[in-house]
Design a protein. Sequence first.
Lengths: 131, 280
Amino acid sequence: MTAALLDDDTDLLEILAELLQERDCRCLLARSLDELKAFGPEVLAADVAVLDINLGAGQPSGIDAYDWLLSQNFTGRLLFLTGHAHAHPLVARAERLNRATVLDKPLDGGVLLDRIMGLGVGSTDGSHVAP
Amino acid sequence: MDDAAEAHRAAVVAAVLGVVGTGISVFGFWSISGPQLRAVQAVGILTSSGALWALRGRWARRSQARPNVLFLLVLLPTVVMAWMVDEARATHSAYWVPYEPNKLSVLTLAIIAPPGWPIGMLAILLFVGSALLHHLMLAATLRARMSAGEPFGIIAYGVFALVVLGFKQRGYALRGELEHERAEKVALERVARVSMALRDLANTPIQTLELVRQRLLTGDPQLTLQTERMGRALERLRRLNDILAPYQSAVVWDGEGTTVEREILSAKARVSAPSSRRQF
């Protein structure tokens, strides 16, 4: 299994990747949309993409990454991971997207890993998972 | 507009009306006025003009006391002038409607009064009181030529003026309450924005620590004890979200994020580690 992870926090990316690797999941780490695009066909073939919604001031958001992935015919599951409030305009937009599930930070480590691995839940359904 | 600015506006209006009203009275009562009335009219115009000059500076808008003093000051020559005009009209006319300038003045003062009851009441009572005193001092022959109803006419005007003044003061009070509420709302919204932005920024490190805790779950009894402690501490941090959640509704989001949030994100970007594209 391959997971594409997009988050502007390097520590979060690395620890998440370490835990996923222990579950035999290969990870592609990106801190921005440009880095994600740089993976090219590799990222488009991933089974799941985990996208942080807010990637920093003035940077393309996780929603931009979502749009790009869909424009490239990405067929994997899509998960948004955010620490922002539900009322935040970007989160509100993400919640309206059909293909993605929104996960709230901070989520229990086991639950988060299960969601990424697609265990114990259905496919992407546009739902919201809170801690 | 605060109370000092309202007091300034009231004093300016009173002074302008003092100049205009006295100017009209000079022409209106020229045929019946003598040197004394003309002298008082001149003093009235000079006093009102002087008040306008004194009110032109920025300093005059800072305090409420100075404009209030000037508001009352411009009324003094007018009270004397109203007395003398009535006296002249009574002497020179076969019939006259008494205390007309006083009646007009009390209603006008109720409308233009500054914030606070004392100044408005004092101004109204000044004109009603002088009319009543004049009424008591009028000769019986003059009273006989007076239209019926006085002094109850001027008293009624005074009462109505006080009612109008009450509405005016209520308006000032409501305006003050509204401004207070608005200031509180703005302050609450700002606190809420900062709280929400900080909460959102804190969630990523908490998630990282939670995953680190997960990584440390190896079965080692010593590490298990530490990870349990860490888990409890993280749970307490997670509860911060629940505490801050109700404040979400106080935030008015402008576009993709609030100004405060953008400021905090910019600050965060400045202290973040450099970017790196990694493959695990």
